[in-house]
Each structure stands twice: as structure tokens, then as C-alpha cells.
Ligand binder design. Structure first.
Ligand code: NAP
Ligand code: G4F
Length: 326
């Protein structure tokens, strides 16, 4: 049987790196879209990379950008992937308030450009869209696939637009396209300005005497936090199913930002109240207060279930950041 070929946008991000690892382990040839930058941005996937002249190389990286539609067409024609995992996005909610137009372009229109590239190139690829629990926004929990969207940020609005474009291409052109509506998922590879990683890094630095205080915004918001490698496995399962559809992926548990802070400091024997300070710059003009996902559909149709829950997730992240400090 010939090797399966996959394309991952956002391969240099948290999820892209875990997914690339998992697909390579399954025997896929993996292609990744990366942005040209003046400094290297591939640290999360460097351990997977081999020189392309090596006959054993099965990971190939291509320069490109989600704002450049013609490049996406050329790449698809050249790579002819059987599966496309579209993870690339301006993914930071707070930043999307500062850069709403750019976020709409990359996170919203970027999906349309990729869908159009599939249609125009006629590559018979299955498509995964990185949809988000942020789309539920102000809709009260628990949230499942039938919960009304109520986006509370430019990022969430862009993801809602992309979600509907995916559904439209599925219905209009028969594309095998799935929306994975993933709730927050974290790991030691999480971007350093998302709250869980900001906390785990600060706790590690404070516990080892390198830092004194940690400045945060709203501690009351509640999130359904899972473990990223389990969530990238759910993405793969969606594209192996018989029919394309949309799925919520979540743990079904909910903790506040304050709970996460307390658990992280307790893990190293410190009192969080002595170190955490408030800075209003981290507040958002509109907040998402409470997310708890109901992933029953993913359990029933994909056999997927979250295993790592927040108390363990906190320990994994804090321990990894302490180890990284040597
Ligand atoms: P991430 O770490 O922020 O990674 C985002 C990726 O997108 C990076 O590889 C980034 O490249 C790339 N990217 C950004 N702008 C681009 C552009 N203009 N052209 C091409 N690539 C671009 O995000 P993540 O946490 O892995 O999340 C993956 C996806 O799932 C995102 O779409 C996110 O919105 C969505 N999502 C995440 C969560 C979560 O809790 N993590 C939950 C629901 C949905 P650089 O490395 O060059 O910046
Ligand atoms: O870690 P966050 O920035 O993640 P947020 O906004 O929930 O978004 C993440 O999850 C989404 C899925 O629901 C993804 F779609 C999205 O791409 C991203 O991965 O913030 C979590 C909570 C918020 O309520 C925020 O107000 O933490 C609160 N918070 C409090 N202090 C802070 C801070 N957030 C950040 N980033 N930094 C703070 O200092």
C-alpha cells in the first residue's frame, strides 16, 4: 500500500507539532506550511526534521502564508495530499482585539483560500478545520455541537465564519470536511502568552528563585482544559471516519484561571497569593466566562475520550518548565 500524504498548516504551532509527530509515527509522509521569518520558527518540530536529501526523510516543509491564495493552489497541486489539517491561524484571543482585520484575514479568510485551493486544484483531499470553543462565547455551558454560537472576540467571529465556510464547501461541493470544535488544550509546547503556559513558566521561575511576581488579568473565567496530544489524535480520527461531520472535543470538566494558578503554585509548595498580582492590561473588552464541553458525539463516533484532566495537566506543565530551566 502506498504511503498516505498529509499537509499541515500551522505545523510550527503547538498542535501542528504533536500532529506531525503522530502522523509520522503512523507512516505518513507529512508536508508542512511554514512562514518565512528572519529568525527560525521551527523549534517545536526540529526534532522531527531530516535533511530532504536523506532518503529516509518523510517530513517536508514549504514556505507559504495563509494570506497568499495562489501559493496554496500551487502547493496542493504539487503535494496532492490525501488529508489536509488546517491549523494555521492568528490564534490569540487578546491579540485579535488589537489586530481584528489581520485576524479576520488569516483566521477567517485563510480557511476560504485553502478551501478554494482544494476546489480549484481538484485534489481529492479530506479536510480538517481547527474550529474553537471560543465560537460558543457567551452561550452558557455545557456546549455541544448544537449549541448556538455567540462569538465574543474578533478571533471567535473569524472562526465562526471559517466554520460556516467549511460546512458550505461540504454541502456545495461534497468535500469531506470536518470542523473539530476543540476546547482549550494545553501542553509544555503551549505558546508562552496563553495563560496556562504563562502560569507554568512563572511558577517554575519563582520556585527556582529567578522571578518574584506573576501579573495576570481575569482569574474568574472558567475553561475546559485538556491535553494537546490527545486532541490532535481526535483530529486524525475525524478524517478516518466514514462520513464528514463536526465534533466537540473536550474533557467535560471546568476550572477557573484562579484554580489553575492555585494548583500550579501548590505543586511546588508555594502560596499563590504571595506572588500573583493583577494587571488590567490582560483583561479583554469582552470575555468568555464559562466553557464546558460535551464530547459525547466524539466518544460515540470516534471512540475518543480525554484521559488527562487539569490536576495532572498542571503537574505535567510545571514539571516540564522546571526541567527546562535545568
Ligand atoms: P499556535 O500554537 O498559535 O499555532 C498557530 C500556527 O499557525 C503556527 O504554526 C503559526 O506559524 C501559524 N500561522 C499563523 N499565521 C499564519 C499565516 N498567516 N500563514 C501561515 N501560518 C500561520 O496554535 P495552536 O494552539 O497549535 O492551535 C492550532 C489551531 O487550533 C489554531 O487554528 C487555533 O486557533 C485552533 N484552536 C486552538 C485551541 C487550543 O486550545 N490550543 C483550541 C481550539 C482551536 P508561526 O509559528 O510562524 O507563528
Ligand atoms: O489562555 P488564554 O489566552 O486562552 P483563550 O482566550 O481561552 O483562547 C485559547 O483557547 C481557545 C479555545 O477555547 C482557542 F480557540 C484559542 O486559539 C486559544 O488557544 O486565556 C484563557 C483565560 C481568558 O479568560 C483570559 O482572560 O485566561 C484569562 N487570563 C487571565 N490572565 C489571561 C491572563 N489570559 C492570558 N493569555 N494572559 C493573562 O495574563
Amino acid at each position: 500500500m502506498s504511503e498516505k500524504v498529509a499537509l499541515i498548516t500551522g505545523i510550527t504551532g503547538q498542535d501542528g507539532s504533536y500532529l506531525a509527530e503522530q502522523l509520522l509515527a503512523k507512516g505518513y509522509v507529512v508536508h508542512g506550511l511554514i512562514r518565512r521569518s528572519s529568525t527560525f520558527n521551527t523549534s517545536r518540530i526540529d526534532h522531527l526534521y531530516r535533511d530532504p536529501h536523506d532518503p529516509e526523510a518523510r517530513l517536508f516543509l514549504h514556505y507559504g502564508d495563509l494570506t497568499d491564495g495562489s501559493r496554496l493552489v500551487t502547493l496542493l497541486e504539487r503535494i496532492a495530499p490525501a488529508e489536509i489539517y488546517h491549523l494555521g491561524a492568528q490564534s490569540h484571543v487578546r491579540v485579535s482585539f488589537d489586530e481584528p482585520e489581520f485576524t479576520g484575514d488569516v483566521t477567517g479568510l485563510g480557511t476560504t483560500r485553502l478551501l478554494e485551493a482544494i476546489r480549484v486544484s481538484e485534489v481529492p483531499a479530506r479536510f480538517y478545520q481547527a474550529s474553537s470553543s471560543e465560537m460558543f462565547g457567551a452561550s452558557p455551558p455545557p456546549q455541544d455541537e448544537s449549541t448556538q454560537f455567540y462569538p465574543r472576540s474578533p478571533y471567535a467571529a473569524a472562526k465562526v465564519y471559517a466554520y460556516w465556510m467549511v460546512r458550505n464547501y461540504r454541502e456545495a461541493y461534497g468535500l469531506f470536511a470536518c470542523n473539530g470544535i476543540l476546547f482549550n488544550h494545553e501542553s509544555p509546547r503551549r505558546g508562552e502568552t496563553f495563560v496556562t503556559r504563562k502560569i507554568s513558566m512563572a511558577v517554575a521561575a519563582i520556585a527556582t528563585g529567578r522571578q518574584k511576581d506573576l501579573y495576570l488579568g481575569n482569574l474568574d473565567a472558567k475553561r475546559d482544559w485538556g491535553y494537546a496530544p490527545e486532541y490532535t489524535d481526535a483530529m486524525w480520527r475525524m478524517l478516518q471516519a466514514d462520513e464528514p461531520t463536526d465534533y466537540v472535543v473536550a474533557t467535560g470538566t471546568s476550572y477557573s484561571v484562579g484554580d489553575f494558578v492555585r494548583m500550579a503554585f501548590e505543586h511546588v509548595g508555594l502560596d499563590w497569593e504571595k506572588h500573583v498580582k493583577f494587571d488590567p492590561r490582560y483583561l479583554r473588552p469582552t470575555e468568555v466566562d464559562d466553557l464546558i464541553g460535551d464530547a459525547s458525539k466524539a466518544k460515540e463516533l470516534l471512540g475518543w475520550q480525554a484521559e488527562v484532566l487539569p490536576p495532572e495537566l498542571v503537574r505535567i506543565m510545571v514539571d516540564a518548565d522546571i526541567e527546562a530551566l535545568g
